[in-house]
Design a protein around this ligand. Structure first.
Ligand code: ADP
Ligand code: MG
Length: 332
């Protein structure tokens, strides 16, 4: 399906993308997760053919897209700001791509009805764009993108403008539609919760490079870098110094004492290492002083004097010394 090969892009002498490569398989949804300004939209615009890289290639079914103008790529795009045509009614918005392709009117009508049904807006044909809520407008935008049966769907932070409960609903609808239609999709976001809900595979974009590419399960269990751990909201990182290696594990000296950590980097004795700390019933015990306690849905978030944040079923007292078992892995 889509193959992105070694893409480089620079704006005003500042390198933005530095050798991006990945592929999207039939029926697969990949999620590109990166901070604001990391180049996510630029990458989508280049895949759509609206902008060009300095070097690198985009291929679809092994065919280089360089000579294919945007309207002949058969890719659908859904943006954060919906991008609907305000002067057209809902029918004409969804029919737009079909009319551009000279699809006959008698085919367009049932197709628009089918798309409205798919996004749960049956009967909305004659409504005005301006009479719709944000969530409804985004569903129309999705129907418009789906109507011409695109070979690939791209979503650029499509839920960014919606409030939380609407976000969850629409995200689940998008997920169901992608599973049903099996259209390969690239979903761009800076929100890790969205990424975990929608993605078959998550790609972390940081500093112009893909620093991690794996299933949600794989990246959660092994983020493998400080930046990926931060993007996943895992705040508990700790610096230390490697003492020695022992059967696939390394011993690391930290301000909490010595830890045994899993490590797949090539560290030598004396190297600085970054560790990820996770609470785990079977890990080593450390002592922490409670500094603040926050209610966090079904548990309490406990900030401790050391900077580590842990979770507990029952709220401890501020100032109390608690014992926590943790497991440690090497991030870098
Ligand atoms: P993201 O979607 O991840 O937030 P963008 O791809 O929109 O990131 O932009 C990444 C960076 O590239 C930004 O710092 C932006 O200023 C810069 N940029 C984007 N488009 C242009 C352009 N046409 N000219 C110059 N700089 C640009
Ligand atoms: Mg963007």
């Amino acid at each position: 399906m889509l193959e992105v090969r070694n893409i480089f892009k620079t704006y005003e002498n500042k390198p933005l993308l530095r050798g991006i490569s990945f592929s999207v398989a039939q029926g697969e949804t990949i999620c590109l997760l990166g901070a604001s300004g990391s180049g996510k939209s630029t990458l989508l615009r280049m895949i759509a053919g609206l902008e060009f890289p300095e070097s690198g290639q985009f291929l679809f079914n092994q065919i280089d897209l360089a000579q294919t103008p945007p309207h002949l790529r058969d890719f659908g795009l859904v943006f954060q700001d919906y991008g609907l045509f305000p002067h057209l009614n809902i029918f004409d918005n969804i029919a737009f791509g079909l009319k551009m392709r000279n699809v006959p009117a008698e085919t367009i009508k049932p197709r628009v009805a089918e798309m409205l049904d798919l996004v749960n807006l049956t009967g909305f044909e004659n409504r005005k764009v301006t009479d719709l809520s944000g969530g409804e407008q985004q569903r129309v935008a999705l129907a418009r993108a789906l109507a011409p049966s695109p070979r690939l769907l791209m979503f650029d932070e499509p839920l960014g403008a919606l409030d939380k409960s609407l976000k969850e609903d629409l995200l689940n609808q998008i997920r169901a539609i992608l599973h049903k239609t099996k259209i390969p999709a690239i979903y761009v976001t800076h929100d890790q919760d969205e990424a975990f809900t929608i993605a078959d595979r998550i790609l972390f974009l940081h500093d112009g490079e893909i620093i991690r590419d794996g299933t949600p399960d794989e990246v959660w269990n092994s983020p493998n870098s400080v930046h990926a751990a931060r993007m996943l909201g895992m705040g508990n990182t700790l610096e230390g110094r490697m003492k020695n290696a022992e059967g696939g594990m390394i011993n690391v000296e930290t301000r909490f004492g010595m830890f045994k950590a899993e490590c797949n980097h090539n560290h030598s004795a004396g190297d600085k290492v970054s560790l990820l700390i996770r609470q785990s019933g079977e890990g080593e015990e450390i002592k922490l002083t409670v500094e603040d306690v926050l209610f966090d849905r079904d548990q309490f978030q406990v900030k401790t004097g050391s900077g580590l944040v842990i979770h507990m079923k029952d709220a401890p007292q501020v100032g109390e010394i608690i014992r926590v078992r943790v497991k440690v892995e090497c991030l870098a």
